[in-house]
Design a protein around this ligand. Sequence first.
Ligand SMILES: *[C@@H]1O[C@H](CO)[C@@H](O)[C@H](O)[C@H]1NC(C)=O
Ligand SMILES: *[C@@H]1O[C@H](CO)[C@@H](O)[C@H](O)[C@H]1NC(C)=O
Ligand SMILES: *[C@@H]1O[C@H](CO)[C@@H](O)[C@H](O)[C@H]1NC(C)=O
Length: 325
Amino acid sequence: MLPLLLLLPLAHAAPRPALDNISFPDPSLTFDPHTRAWYAFATEANTHHVQAATSPTVHGPWSFLPSVDLLPSPGAWVNSTSPRVWAPDVQYLSETNSFVLYYSALSAHSRFHCVGAATSPNITGPFTPLSKPLICPIAEGGAIDAAGYVDEADGSRWIVYKVDGSALGPGGPCGNGEPPGEPTPLRLQRVDVGDGVTLVGEAVTILDRDPEVDGPLVEAPSLVRLRDGDAVRALGGGFVLFYSSHCFNSAEYDVKYAVAEGIDGPYERRGQLLGREAGSFGLERPGGATGVPGGGGLVLHAECEAGRCMYEADYVVEDGEIRIT
Ligand SMILES: *[C@@H]1O[C@H](CO)[C@@H](O)[C@H](O)[C@H]1NC(C)=O
Ligand SMILES: *[C@@H]1O[C@H](CO)[C@@H](O)[C@H](O)[C@H]1NC(C)=O
Ligand SMILES: *[C@@H]1O[C@H](CO)[C@@H](O)[C@H](O)[C@H]1NC(C)=O
């Protein structure tokens, strides 16, 4: 028994590759109640607009699905010669036993990205896009990086996303590195619990870039709620917002987090979780993280020979902070 007991924690220690020979940027996670398998989805690459991988557990082992593209047709509102589909996220809709896909794509009517939505009875698609984008604040630079969230406590449904002020920026790193630069607020939008695409009320800003610590941007928000308990009270709140700062192609790219007691904030910045200051366990340019629903783990991407590979990491909540283990 002793060797097994020693091996079990080791098997989940430190960030580890989930897919080590495929570029799979900005990974998200979804549980499929039909097959009881987990799915991960990623930014366009390997000839697909939305890539997919599957695993019997949330901790792997992951298999890339080479013949699956969730979104063969990105939608009438998308630039068809250059759709640039980024940061997909899929949510299960129990009322209709179907799925909604949130994604970002280049609008055909501007030079900016907008957040779109598409639906399918099947988690692997093909998804049918809505005829119009879901969230499209063109005057602020558009929107990207949408991630869904369902609050198990009250059944409410939400989307967090980045207003892409970077795309309006004055130049420098990522186009927004010269002062003063544009805001890149992370916003929270409530949506209808049944269809996932009817907006409910106005979006609220829950975090924005602080140029001193974030450089040109914050992006890639992902929201989880940790189960209440002493450790979570010491942390300062059960809502955890993971996000990245700096340019994705710079050595400063990272995973940061902020915490709040209520879903709409105020979110208190708690600094880096993975990156040059907090330690990156040998990962280069880690970012684009998605939290495992309910807490405890993350998937993220980091540099690899194939491009940006998917990694898994575990964390603990201890002494008022979150730490990668
Ligand atoms: C990646 O590795 C898997 C498992 O070893 C293998 O089946 C697959 O063919 C590899 N893919 C590429 C693109 O090399
Ligand atoms: C689509 O994107 C390409 C490349 O960015 C651009 O040259 C073209 O003008 C865009 N087309 C439309 C209809 O916006
Ligand atoms: C869902 O898609 C997968 C992969 O294409 C296919 O094998 C499966 O039969 C589909 N299931 C349903 C319910 O359509």
